[in-house]
Design a protein around this ligand. Sequence first.
Ligand SMILES: [Mg+2]
Ligand SMILES: [Zn+2]
Length: 201
Amino acid sequence: MPSFSKPQAILCDRDGTLIEDSHFLSHPDQIEWIPGVLEALKFLNTQDIPVFVLTNQSGVARGYFPVEAVGVVNGKMRRDAEAATGAIADFYYCPHHPQGQVIQYSYVCDCRKPSPGLFLQAIAHHSLDPTRCWAIGDRLRDLEPGLQLGMKAFLVKTGYGIQEQQELSKSPFYEQITVVSSMPEIMDLIQNESKMLNVTP
Ligand SMILES: [Mg+2]
Ligand SMILES: [Zn+2]
């Protein structure tokens, strides 16, 4: 088991990583938490490790749902997390797409992952040191901006993760990405580290 020091913060993808990716999810009733994730959020809360959710929501630009729907879904996720005594510290989303239908959101932005905009916003708003943060997601584009900023990166095998794993070898960051079964496995890495600290004479 590799060893990782406890992160300052986790910058995590939403669909396919925290909740099931049900393809342009736009209503709170469609939220289906991936098994173990709420418990993981609870654990991270006890460890004082904030979780920031960074999500591409091009369904807005594509005209599939209004921008307000993103906030409604995120709000429900936040309440679910709190009901499980976990927490989501903040959400950052990109509503854009270069080939969308809604003119207001249809352009090449600097926040649609793999562009780094969402990461830079979270880092600036919360004074994060990227070299002490972890990026977690089910697609390489969730990880590459974090890696470019010096974060550790974990690919989960939920969502598109299994497919993405096949593409991993093509990434220039191949050797820096740790593949885990799902978000809750990340907690084992943190717990292992605390155990190792405890046995230090
Ligand atoms: Mg995803
Ligand atoms: Zn954007």
